[in-house]
Design a protein around this ligand. Structure first.
Ligand code: SF4
Length: 493
């Protein structure tokens, strides 16, 4: 996975420090996430069979991932039979190189882009720019991020950290650098901002000969790609250019159209709280005289097969990028998306980035700890990814095995250098819980000596206890109290 603009990020707590103290950012995030989460809850409550749809989505994804080798071959055959060309990329560099070569073959030096997480993951815009090829984002929020020389902070609403006033200033200042300037006297009303973006983008849609997209789904049985969106910019990029290049992660396959039906119900309700997306575009290879006449599909691995090899962690590959988990996460709401150091912020980013990239960097090793494990993310996930379970699993992997690094195509666990005290504490806890008699004796001893317990921890533990109140040890251990008040039998004896 490309580090892209996130290379060298500090750990999550450090990266989140400024955001947590930024009142404007917190107000923007709070307003936006609470609004979306309320609407989502209403849209989901309308469906009496939501639990069944959720279970069906989970099973379809698990089945597809288990037989991914077979479905990928079927997809390649279907796309090729329909007139498309399939390319395989093991990592971000290879994917970027393929796209650059394909654009060069057209003789063009600019492309229009549909909003795509996969191309952001591999840092495609930056790679194209380095080769003198301009990539224009056409999704409104992505346009705001691109014009503002900013980074996305949300999967669905990448400019969620910006308010209307800031967007007006960015449009007024930057649009002329990229093409049609913003109208004079632009205000911050949504209608005027949308119109300014529409006029700015239209000349790019009409001029561009090459479109670049991702895809929400790929249907293996027919080789059909699917993009769902709300603005119609995607439809323009997918139909007007002569050449279309789609860059998609290998996990985006569904076997059949019947399977697709499930996700076309759960995705819009979970993401934008709509009953269906305003635009659902599907394309299968090429059709003479209609739409792009050349179609390339670049399938990227970029850490996905490593993730697939982890029995607990692989459920992250079910993700359909709805962003419902971000909108309910108390940590995301306060820290914002940039602190996650990846194009995948929030709870899904905390389990996906360390698996796709390994945990060698400070930011990736800290991400599994960027959660209170409250479980709200699991409750709303339309494909039932048990994010808390994966977080705990990754913490265990980091503490037990040390940071994982990539060597070639393999993720390798190295002996941990840090966390010695934490590992020793965990070993002691494991022993105590495995010896109930000793645990009981320890609890009674702790209760009897509680007057002498320090309020702060000594040594390196002081930094931890300086900002927390150590819980007071009760005068009587719970088990003793239970036995005394309920006459219960102490099963630990
Ligand atoms: S993890 Fe689940 S809730 Fe979060 S973005 Fe993915 S599908 Fe949506």
């Amino acid at each position: 996975m490309s580090g892209g603009t996130f290379v060298g990020m500090p750990s999550f707590p450090e990266a989140a420090h400024d955001a947590v103290n930024n009142q404007t950012l917190r107000a923007n995030l709070r307003h936006a996430t609470h609004t979306i989460r309320g609407k989502r809850a209403k849209a989901v409550a309308e469906m009496s069979d939501w639990a069944e749809l959720r279970e069906a989505g989970k099973r379809i994804k698990d089945h597809t991932l288990r037989h991914l080798d077979r479905y990928l071959v079927q997809l390649e055959e279907s796309v090729t039979a329909a007139g498309g060309v399939v390319h395989w990329a093991v990592d971000a560099d290879e994917a970027n190189r393929i796209v650059i070569d394909l654009v060069r073959m057209t003789g063009e030096s600019e492309v229009v882009k549909v909003k795509s997480m996969a191309t952001q993951e591999i840092g495609l815009n930056e790679a194209l720019e380095a080769e003198g090829i301009a990539a224009y984002e056409t999704d409104l929020a992505e346009l705001i991020v691109q014009l503002g020389k900013d980074r996305p902070s949300h999967i669905l609403v990448p400019a969620i950290h910006r308010n209307r006033g800031e967007i007006r200033d960015i449009f007024a200042r930057e649009m002329s650098e990229w093409g049609r300037p913003a109208p004079d006297g632009l205000t911050d009303t949504p209608a005027e901002l949308a119109e300014a973006a529409r006029l700015h983008l239209r000349e790019k849609f009409l001029r561009a000969k090459v479109g670049v997209s991702g895809a929400n789904f790929m249907v293996a049985e027919t080789g059909t790609l699917v993009v769902v969106e709300s603005e119609g910019n995607g439809r323009m990029c997918l139909t007007l250019p002569e050449t279309l290049i789609s860059v998609v992660g290998i996990e985006k396959i569904v076997p059949t159209w019947r399977d697709l039906e499930v996700f076309l119900q759960t995705l819009p309700r979970s993401s934008t709280a709509e009953r269906m997306n305003p635009y659902t575009s599907t394309w299968t290879g090429t059709t003479g005289g209609d739409g792009p006449q050349t179609f390339h599909l670049v399938l990227i691995d970029n850490g996905r097969t490593d993730t697939l090899a982890d029995e607990v962690g692989r459920q992250a590959l079910r993700c359909i990028r709805c962003s419902a988990c971000l909108n309910v996460c108390p940590v995301y709401e306060r820290a914002g998306g940039h602190a996650y150091g990846s194009v995948y912020p929030g709870p899904i980013g905390a389990i996906l980035s360390p698996q796709l990239r390994g945990t060698a960097s400070e930011i990736d090793a800290s991400l599994p700890y960027a959660s209170s494990l409250c479980g709200a993310c699991y409750e709303v996930c339309p494909v039932a990814i048990d994010i808390p379970e994966v977080l705990v699993h990754l913490r265990e992997r980091i503490v037990e095995g040390g940071p994982a690094t990539r060597e070639g195509n393999k993720v390798v666990l190295k002996p941990a250098k840090g966390h010695a005290a934490e590992r020793a504490a965990m070993r002691a806890a494991r022993w105590a819980f495995g010896h109930p008699g000793a645990l009981r004796t320890g609890q009674r001893l702790a209760s009897r000596t509680r007057r002498f317990h320090p309020r702060t921890l000594p040594g390196p533990g002081r930094a931890w206890s300086d900002t927390r109140d150590l819980p007071a040890v009760p005068a009587e251990p719970f088990r003793d109290w239970w036995q005394r008040t309920h006459g219960g039998k102490d099963t630990t004896k």
